[in-house]
Design a protein around this ligand. Sequence first.
Ligand SMILES: [Zn+2]
Ligand SMILES: [Zn+2]
Length: 338
Amino acid sequence: MRAVVLKEPGILKVESVPDAVAEPGEILLRVRNCGICGSDLHAAKLGIGMPPGTIMGHEFAGEIAALGEGVEGWKVGERVVSLPQMTCGSCAACQRGEGHHCPAARVIGLGALPGAYAELVRVQPAQLLRVPDGVTMRQAALVEPLAVGLHGVRLGSVTTETACVVMGAGPIGAVTLLWARHAKARAIVVSDPSPGRRALAARLGANAVVDPTTRDPASALRDLAGVDPEVVLECVGLKGTLNAAVLLAGVHGRIVVLGVCTETDEIFPLAGIMKELEIAFAFAYTHAEFAAALEALRSGAIDVTPLVTDVIDLADVPEAFRALERPESQCKVVIELP
Ligand SMILES: [Zn+2]
Ligand SMILES: [Zn+2]
């Protein structure tokens, strides 16, 4: 099968590799679509937990190509989307639907198990959901990031009363904005230095978009809603952005950290103390939230189509990684296989 292989940190190559095969209890998918995630860019560059030969890709939808020994209840050809891990299914975390906290979890596409930057990928039946009629495979590949945004907005307890700032209008900022809109937050300001991404946030329904290098998002929110930010959804994850969130939030504000910063960072605690801030760190989503994200696509409550700015072939992935180093107009780049 064709696959995009991480040869060494920073080096991706499109290669022919042996076909993936479903082991007993697993299902083999023919990949139709797979999104490129910010974590992939980061992990590919640094190679953290990604041995040479890793196949990335954890945001995918496909058709069932084969059933492993002992698998029942699924049929070849069914359109499905999968949570990106295999888990034990019986521990306390699995029982809570939090497979990402399962001590035995093996993540698909981030080093432990091969991912979906490939024609075939192995998955676990317990992690599969059928894609309803009316939801395209391209849309279904966005369920994973969409679930991330839902989890963050829930952690922020965003309601119709909430005035919020979404920091960052990349894919995670964009899905977070969509859920904050869905919760009918009374005012949403999105900040991003990229003009292309600000334009997308405006199209997705932000009440105001600002370039944080030239304008304070909190003052934009005060202009709109007359209050300081009550919830700040940090969707950047660079050194310094968490402290920027601390400085932005108003008294008794809540910060939800969705951006994934992988280096030691500092905050100025006194600013948080004086305002009695709460900070919640978000990681992934529950099984139920993943299902809720798929249902939101089916019902039309959320439209992810505008997020997809680029549809590419496997062969174009290395180039797309280079382009995403300095994103301009791109938001979600989705691989599509014939
Ligand atoms: Zn992702
Ligand atoms: Zn478990």
